[in-house]
Design a protein. Structure first.
Ligand code: PGA
Length: 249
């Protein structure tokens, strides 16, 4: 597949107004002319800043989570329609940090995914196994279970409006990247699983790899047939690193 890669930054809980201004401005300037599709997912308070600094650029922006509910008495939560209201396009769903620290079970993730689509947002659905699960040789079962929860709730056609990110938990923020072959194996499995239910959806699905992607390893990862881009944590906080990864796409 020779379509442009999709590179999405996940800032996690990092940032400040002045630091973001220089990071966003540098990314905006350096992204101009690159053929990769690019987005940054920032903390809620900085969405408005991303919107204004990135206006008119080829860098889209998004959030890192949303409520599974449309509205109501859910103090502290943010709904999909609120994000959509002022132009937010992407939202990360089911990141392993949400799954492990904040109780985002497969059922909650499926509900958040459905809520994102209902609000007109593009979910970036994260799946991936822990180190213990990989060592127990159940990577395929875990990833399939996580994916199937969403397919069961929203249907396979919903993936035509979504992005999937395979992020092995043991590779996130650890400096340990999955080898291109390890990542490709799981990406192929994800695509095959989707193809079993919807061939065309599978062919068009963007499946990103996440977990210690750096400018030095991006090209080889992105060269794999089923890797359509990356979800970038640490390296998305350094403009030159993030752009170096985008340029590999
Ligand atoms: P990392 O994070 O690139 O810092 O490993 C990826 C992610 O958590 O999305």
């Amino acid at each position: 597949m020779s379509r442009p890669k999709f590179v999405a930054g996940n800032w996690k809980m990092h940032g400040s107004l002045p630091a973001n201004l220089s990071l966003l401005s540098a990314v905006k300037a350096k992204a101009a002319g690159l053929k990769a599709q690019i987005a940054v997912c920032v903390p809620y308070p900085y969405l408005a800043q991303a919107q204004s600094v990135l206006a008119g650029s080829n860098v889209a922006w998004g959030a890192q989570d949303l409520s599974e509910h449309a509205q109501g008495a859910y103090t502290g939560e943010v709904s999909g329609s609120m994000l959509h209201d002022f132009g937010c396009r992407y939202v990360i769903i089911g990141h392993s940090e949400r799954r492990s620290y904040y109780g985002d079970t497969d059922a909650v993730v499926a509900a958040k995914y459905a809520a994102a689509l209902k609000a007109g947002l593009t979910p970036i659905l994260c799946v991936g196994e822990t180190l213990a699960e990989r060592e127990a040789d159940i990577t395929a079962q875990v990833v399939t279970r996580q994916l199937d929860a969403v397919i069961a709730a929203s249907g396979v056609e919903s993936l035509a409006k979504a992005v999937v990110a395979y992020e092995p938990v043991w590779a996130i923020g650890t400096g340990k990247t999955a080898t291109p072959a390890q990542a490709q194996d799981v990406h192929a499995l994800i695509r095959a699983r989707v193809a079993a239910a919807g061939r065309e959806v599978a062919a068009g699905l963007q499946i990103l790899y996440g977990g210690s992607v750096k400018p030095g390893n991006a090209k080889e990862l992105f060269g794999q047939p089923d890797i359509d881009g990356g979800l970038i944590g640490g390296a998305s906080l350094v403009a030159d690193d993030f752009i170096g990864i985008c340029a590999a796409g």
